[in-house]
Structure formats: C-alpha cells, structure tokens
Design a protein around this ligand. Structure first.
Ligand SMILES: *Cc1c(COP(=O)(O)O)cnc(C)c1O
Length: 396
C-alpha cells in the first residue's frame, strides 16, 4: 500500500466531488449561455455552485469569480489591483518573500513594468507581523498581498490583523488562501479580506478549478478577453463539471472542517514528535501556528531529492520544497526566507497529511524517514565532515 503524504501538492478527489461532475458530462452538458432548457440547467448549476462557494467564505455569490485554479486567481487579483493603482498613480505593492511563485513571479513581471515591490522578511518562525505591514505601507501603495498559509512550511499568518491594518489605510488586501480553503474556517468579512484565491485540487476537488473572491465595490479586470462569462471578467465557456465538483468538494470539506482539522492536527503532532528524535534535524516554521496537515523538516548532511526517491521506494509519497521547485537545483526560496543556509535547505522534507491518513501510516513514515536519513548520512561526505568536526553543525 502506498502512503500518500503530499496533500499540499494535490489531493485525491473525494467521491462526492467525482459524483458531482458526472451529470455535467452526460445529461447536463449544456452551455450556460444558451437560452434553451439544457443550457439553462447548466446555468442553474453554475449559480448554485457560486452560492455554495460564497457561503463557505461568508461572501456574496456576486463576489465569486471562477478561474482555472489558484495561479490564475492570484494573477488576476494582483494584476487588477496593480491596474487600479496605476490609474491613480499608485505603483507600490507590499508582499512577502515566501509567497507562492504564482504571486512572486507576477510581482516580478510588474516590477519590469515599473511597479515597486516591497517583500517583507519572514521571521525564523515563518511568520510576518501586522507591524511589518504597517511599516511598509506608503502613500502610493496600491496592494498588499500576503498568503494565508504557506504551502511549504504551513505557517498561518495573522491575516485578520493584517487585513485590519490595510482596511484602516484603505489599501486593498489580497490573500492566497489556496492552502487554507477547506482546511480552516475562512470569513472574508471578519478577516478583512478584499480579494482571496482558492484552488479546487487542494481540498479534494478537481485540478484546473479555482475561484477568486473580490469584495463588492472593488474593480476587477479580466486577464482573458472574449465572451461575457463571469460578468465579463473571465471569458470562456464555463467549466461547469469542474466548477460544480469544486463547490461540492468545498462544501463537503467545510461541513467536516473541525472534525478533520482535529484528527489531522493530532497526526501532524505525532509525526513531528517522531521525527524530532532524529539527531541534527529541525522542524521548519512555527510548531503550532501551522496548517493541521503540514510537517516540514530540515535534516543536516542530506539531499532532499535522494530522500524522496528512497521514501518512494518504501511506498511513501512526500515532497522536498514545493512541487514547482523540485527538478531545479535551487533550494526552496521559502526555506531561505526563514534563514536556513543553502546546504541545510537542500535537506528538506515536506510531509502533508489529510483526513484519509492514519496513525499506522504516521508510524510507518517515522520509521522510514529515520532509516533513510541514517542510510544517506552513512554515505555522505558532507556528513562525515560534520561528524569529524571539520565543519560545525548548524542544527544541534
Ligand atoms: C497550489 C497552490 C497554488 C496554485 O494553485 P493551482 O490551482 O495549482 O494553480 C497557489 N498558491 C498556493 C499557496 C498553492 O499551494
């Protein structure tokens, strides 16, 4: 049996989400823009999905725009706020150094287009503070974009307080909540959020689905020109099967939110405890201010990629850094942002759990990681130097 512990990369679709799709491939295959009955059945399903997603966030249905995923939602939110800002002569954006690449790369593009970006430092614990945001705000700031929880180290930011700071200064606030939606309660009103991105495949819905919440009154610009779908903010015939399925997955996740969070948090803490016994290893990010399912460790004297391949041989699916950065030789920008030196950042392991994981699996993971770390160190010249005292240990 394989043990899947890479739920931050993607999740298995729930049976509810799969079943929700099927009628929209078979009998309800209409185009919501068509005036006939088949089309209008699709339009009704679309409206219901919109209302269901909105309800999970305490938003209004008219504030939800469906996208192809979290990346598109991030791009659209940031580019829209930038465009609005530029029209008022405001071209400064505040974000953090450990955002997802969908945010960071969009900001880099905007820099080339004449925007100025302030990336807040992230503390050793993987958290930014509202005071840092206050200090970074300027007269010409047109957007603050800070992720709700980090996808690599799982740390949860003080979003409500950051939102309050932005609200007081009348600066639009966007948050990438892709890792949070369906896992922790979100209330866009109480949390002072103006724009929020989510993605279906991170909460047991289908890939290629996502949504952007945009508070009423805030102007949104489209990335894709064409027909009048999504109030002319996102052209293209709607992915009805995907949208309906994502809404069903979100609804299901939100209905079991507390129960699942409790179970997964207990598994997480057991895993953290077990892996903490490995010498010269350390948990990345705050021990409790983190996502229920996220465990991320650095082990000295080890290559993350080798660890992954050996774990895969033992039937365990894990990740080193983020899926998007694996394959490149650069260490994770997130681990560098929290102050891990390059050589330590290379030895990182992310295990992300969900409610389908069991205690037996966690025990197996602890055993397998302990063995793999010992094996790789026994063959590592880097480790030999550390043990001989040629180089000092960074992690005690
Ligand atoms: C997965 C992820 C994304 C990208 O979402 P897609 O739907 O895969 O485009 C963006 N931000 C975070 C934090 C993520 O974890």
């Amino acid at each position: 049996m394989r043990i899947y512990a890479d739920n931050a990369a993607t999740t298995r679709m729930s049976e509810t989400a799969i079943q929700a799709m099927l009628p929209h491939f078979r009998e309800n295959y209409g185009n919501p823009s068509s005036l006939h009955t088949v089309g209008q059945t699709a339009a009704e399903a679309l409206a219901k999905a919109r209302a269901d997603v909105a309800a999970c966030l305490n938003a209004k249905p008219g504030e939800i725009y469906f996208t192809s995923g979290g990346s598109e939602a991030d791009n659209q939110a940031i580019r829209s706020a930038a465009k609005n800002g530029a029209m008022q002569g405001k071209k400064h954006i505040v974000s953090t150094a450990f955002e997802h690449h969908a945010v960071l790369h969009t900001l880099q593009s905007l820099e080339k287009e004449g925007f100025e970006v302030t990336l807040l430092d992230v503390g050793k614990d993987g958290l930014v503070t509202p005071d840092q945001v206050v200090a970074a705000l300027r007269e010409d700031t047109c957007l603050v974009t800070i992720m709700y929880a980090n996808n690599e180290i799982g740390t949860i930011q003080p979003i409500r307080e950051i939102g309050a700071v932005c609200k007081a200064k009348k600066v639009p606030f966007h948050t990438d909540a892709v890792q949070v939606a369906g896992h922790l309660p979100i209330d866009v009103v109480a949390d002072n959020i103006d724009m929020l991105s989510l993605s279906g495949h991170k909460f047991h819905g289908p890939k290629g689905t996502g949504a952007l919440y945009v508070r009423q009154g805030l102007r949104l610009h489209s990335l894709i020109e064409g027909g009048g779908q999504e109030k002319s903010k996102r052209a293209g015939t709607e992915n009805i099967a995907g949208i309906v399925s994502m809404a069903a997955a979100l609804q299901e996740a939100c209905a079991h939110l507390e129960e699942h969070a409790q179970k997964v948090t207990a598994l997480r803490d057991k895993l953290i405890q077990g892996l903490s016994a490995i010498p010269h290893g350390e948990l990345n990010g705050h021990p409790t201010q983190r996502l229920p399912g996220n465990v991320n460790f650095c082990f000295e004297g080890i290559e993350g990629e080798s660890m992954l391949l050996l774990l895969d041989d033992k039937g365990i699916c894990a990740s080193s850094g983020s899926a998007c950065t694996s394959g490149s030789l650069d260490p994770s920008h997130v681990l560098l942002a929290i102050g891990r030196p390059h050589e330590v950042a290379h030895g990182s392991l992310r295990l992300s759990l969900c409610h389908e994981n069991t205690e037996e699996e966690v025990n197996e993971i602890i055993q397998a990681v302990t063995q793999v770390v010992a094996y790789l160190r026994s063959m590592s010249p880097l480790w030999r130097d550390l043990e001989k005292g040629v180089k000092p240990h960074v992690i005690q």
